[in-house]
Design a protein around this ligand. Structure first.
Ligand code: ADP
Length: 866
């Protein structure tokens, strides 16, 4: 205790206990508490709740157990005490009986002595016996028996059962003689005998044999017989008899006198309701083991009181436990409700905090009572700065004060509109944003209005989006309006026009007939292609609009007479904003393009004619040479005829023959001129079913003029029974002549020896991509095509020749392609040596040409009219 005044350093000053507690004690208590507290804090809240709920129950059970054990203890104590009392009382009773027996014995011994000394005679003996018996009720009979076991005299109480009375001169019964009589004779001492009771004898008697000794000689006995019942009644004190069931019992357990308790039926004596105590037995002293005094306590009222108390405590405990369980389950329900409430509160708080809408509550006087996190975040003012404020609020821009005060007036008077109103809010940093405010009354739990709740949404972003949207809409419409194409959108099978741009409105007005007529004239379906097995009640039910809307737009070029314009019409299906399937038509004015195309075609035609003229110009010397022959022949024939006519005359037949020859030559010359004329004649391109053989023949004849001049041989082969071609024969001839001339020029410039100056023309039927047609192929023995030449072969104005124009092959390909044909060139090799080249073109047959997949090719080929 020496250090009790020193403050403890191990504890913080706060935890120093009050003055009456020493620091050491406090420390110990704190140390004991600490792990307990730590353990308690470690527990999960639901476990803590469980412990808190179970602890009283456990306490009640423990209390009940303590009560029960203390009852048990008290009961054992009581039994012990009872046992002690029984022992004491029984010993006292035994003492009383003993004293009584000894007194009687003493008196009887005096009688016996007197009798032995013959101081008294038989009468005197009887009178003494009579006085004893009348004086002591337990004494039932006194008899004088001589040494020969004969009864000298006997006196019995009148109440004694008659069969037990002894008659004078009777002899003792053999059993009696055997035991007690003989024993008294031999021992010279008084002998108590086993009480004898015959069957049906209600009063078993205790015998006392007192020997008579006459100067050392055995002279018989005085036999005193005690009634056990009377002995009990008079020997045992009354208070003992009252308290216990007292009985005299023989050594063999036979009940001699007294009351007997019924055997216990209710289990253990220890139980509080047990009514029986343990019996106590003690031998009655002068008699010895032959007579036993037994006593058993009656159950006193204490047991009843004890058991009543026990039941009361038990009932109270059960009641307490029941109430505890009840309150426990009630607490659990409360806890569940509390948890649900907490979950709800947390949920609401989370919702409130996650909400982007600002909430502000106001009482009826216009004082802010609540703001949520979103409102604080929006305005930059904290909850503490806003709650309790009245107008003007810090988030009101000064310039809007008047407007906002009026609005607040409306709000407080319940005049605000459900659609809310727009206002500007000033943030703490001075920046301003647009917001929309909605007001609703704040009703409390009892239905009374306590204020107004306002929800505020920042509409800067929606405003910006709306502005952007309207700007983009404006841009979109500006673009569409400025488009030099008419755009219209109409739902299928409905006269409604969903959209039409400026050009459409200019051309067709704001009616849908323009849209419809464009679709009709372009030969497009105003309905999407409908499957036959689709539902015919609703034509569009289940129609895969995706495939329709994503499919390629159809297009057609039409001439609209009302407008005097050529229009290219494109139509496609769209899924409209409301989900309807609509058709969009875009009509572009292509009149200038059409005109240009027509002009180009015209130019091309002229170019072809010019090209043919050029060809002829180039062939002029050859043609002159060719014409020279018939003309020279004609001149010769004419000169011959003239000289013959001037000379000796000419026979009629000779003249006729000469004239015929002249005419043939003239015809030949005329043919040449005619052929050239028809080749170069400027005419509209016209297609007709033409015989391939004729075309080839005409071309060979024309080209032959040049070929002959260049000393080049031409062999040609045309397959038999070729079908006619739907072509312009002059154009095909132009192609052939061009190819044959190029071939001849190539051979000439390669300066081939005469045996290698050959051109081969083969015309054969051939299919290309399953389309039947006829192929024309010209093979020469020239130098072939160099790679750089091959690259630019068909380009206009590409030529390797000094005086070449370079438009021949370009025109040839245009002509072939305008007949939906293909043209190509390739070199012919013999090993690595180039042996010449082969130009070929393929023209489809008339029927096949119609069925070709893309007839638009014809229109798209520049420079050639379809
Ligand atoms: P041009 O004959 O006026 O030069 P073309 O268009 O007919 O114009 O021919 C273009 C060029 O193609 C020629 O300059 C020539 O170089 C080459 N070419 C055409 N045909 C042949 C051929 N059979 N063999 C070799 N080169 C040829």
């Amino acid at each position: 205790m020496g250090n009790c005044c020193k403050p403890s350093h191990t504890l913080p000053p706060m935890s120093v206990p009050p003055s009456h507690q020493t620091p050491g004690q406090g420390l110990a208590a704190a140390e004991v508490r600490k792990p307990w507290r730590a353990w308690w804090r470690r527990q999960a809240p639901h476990r803590q709740d469980r412990f808190a709920a179970l602890a009283p129950l456990v306490a009640v059970v423990l209390f009940l157990a303590a009560i029960a054990s203390s009852f048990l203890y008290l009961r054992l104590e009581e039994i012990d005490r009872e046992q002690e009392a029984v022992k004491r009382d029984v010993e006292y009773a035994q003492q009383q009986i003993r004293l009584r027996l000894l007194e009687r014995q003493e008196q009887l011994m005096r009688v016996a002595r007197d009798a032995a000394n013959e101081e008294i005679d038989v009468e005197e003996f009887v009178s003494r016996a009579q006085s004893l018996i009348s004086q002591y009720p337990e004494l039932q009979a006194v008899s004088w028996i001589d040494e020969r076991r004969r009864i000298k005299t006997s006196y019995a109480a009148p109440s004694l059962h008659t069969p037990l009375m002894r008659m004078v001169d009777d002899v003792l019964r053999p059993g009696e003689t055997e035991t007690n009589f003989s024993l008294a004779r031999d021992l010279h001492q008084p002998v108590y005998g086993q009480p004898l009771g015959t069957a049906g004898d209600p009063t078993p008697l205790l015998q006392l044999h007192i020997p008579l000794t006459d100067r050392g000689r055995f002279a018989g006995v005085v036999l005193a017989e005690y009634g056990t019942d009377a002995l009990l009644r008079h020997g045992v004190p009354a208070e003992v008899l009252n308290k216990y069931a007292v009985a005299l019992v023989a050594s063999d357990g036979r009940m001699l006198a007294g009351t007997v308790m019924p055997p216990s039926t209710s289990g253990s004596r220890l139980l509080p309701w047990s009514s029986q105590a343990e019996p106590y037995e003690i031998p009655v002293s002068p008699v010895g083991n032959g007579l036993v005094l037994r006593a058993q306590a009656y159950r006193t009222s204490q047991g009843v009181v004890g058991s009543g108390l026990f039941w009361l405590v038990g009932a109270l405990s059960v009641l307490t436990a029941w109430m505890l369980i009840g309150s426990w389950s009630h607490t659990r329900k409360r806890q569940q409700a509390q948890q649900a409430l907490m979950a709800e509160t947390n949920f609401r708080r989370a919702m409130e905090n996650s909400m982007l809408t600002g909430m502000r509550a106001m009482d009826l006087q216009g004082r802010i009572t609540y703001v949520n996190a979103a409102f604080c975040q929006m305005t930059g003012w904290s909850e503490g700065e806003l709650v309790g404020r009245t107008a003007p609020f810090p988030y009101w821009p000064e310039e809007d004060l008047e407007y906002l005060i009026a609005r607040l007036e409306d709000e407080l008077n319940g005049r605000s509109t459900p659609s809310g109103f727009q206002l500007r809010i000033k943030r703490r940093d001075g920046s301003i944003f647009d917001a929309r405010l909605y007001i609703s009354p704040l009703i409390d739990a009892v239905g009374k209005q306590t204020g107004w709740m306002a929800s505020i949404t920042d509409i800067t972003e929606p405003n910006r989006i709306r502005e952007q949207l309207s700007a983009s809409y404006e841009r979109f419409t500006t673009v569409l309006e400025a488009l030099d194409a008419a755009v219209s959108v109409a739902p299928l099978g409905s006269p409604e026009l969903l959209f039409a741009n400026k050009l459409y409105r200019q051309w067709f007005g704001s009616q849908t007939h323009g849209h419809e007529s464009l679709v009709a004239r372009a030969g497009m379906p105003s309905m999407p292609p409908n499957d036959e097995h689709l539902d015919d009640v609703d034509a569009y039910a289940g129609l895969p609009t995706d495939s329709l809307t994503t499919s390629d737009a159809e297009s057609a070029e039409i001439h609209v007479a009302e407008l005097g314009k050529w229009l290219e019409v494109r139509a496609r299906y769209l899924s409209w904003v409301d989900g309807r399937l609509v058709q969009m038509v875009i009509a572009t004015d292509i009149t200038p393009r059409r005109l240009a195309e027509e002009q180009a075609a015209h130019h091309a035609e002229r170019a072809q004619t010019s090209s043919r003229l050029i060809t002829m110009g180039e062939m002029a010397s050859s043609v002159a040479h060719e014409l020279n022959q018939p003309l020279a022949a004609i001149t010769n024939y004419c000169n011959g005829m003239v000289s013959r006519l001037n000379g000796n005359g000419i026979a009629h037949e000779d003249l006729l023959a000469a004239l015929e020859k002249t005419s043939r030559q003239a015809q030949r010359a005329g043919q040449i001129i005619h052929r050239i004329q028809s080749f170069v004649k400027r005419s509209e391109p016209k297609r007709s079913l033409s015989n391939v053989q004729d075309i080839v023949q005409e071309s060979v004849e024309l080209a032959g003029i040049e070929l002959r001049r260049r000393n080049v041989r031409l062999s040609h082969y045309v397959a038999a029974r070729l079908p006619p071609l739907m072509v312009d024969p002059i154009l095909i001839e132009q192609v052939l002549v061009n190819l044959l001339r190029n071939a001849a020029e190539a051979i000439d410039s390669a300066q081939r020896p005469p045996q290698r100056r050959n051109i081969e023309l083969r015309v054969l039927p051939r299919q290309e991509a399953d389309v039947p047609g006829i192929e024309f192929a010209v093979t020469d023995t020239g130098t072939g095509l160099a790679p750089e030449v091959m690259e630019h072969l068909f380009e206009a104005f590409f030529s390797t020749k000094a005086h070449g124009m370079g438009i021949g092959l370009n025109l040839c390909r245009s002509i072939v392609e305008s007949h939906m044909g293909r043209m190509q060139a390739e070199n012919i090799y013999n090993g690595s040596e180039c042996m010449g080249c082969r130009f070929s073109f393929w023209i489809p047959l008339a029927k096949a040409a119609n069925a070709l997949p893309n007839p638009a090719n014809a229109a798209k080929t520049p420079g050639v009219p379809a």
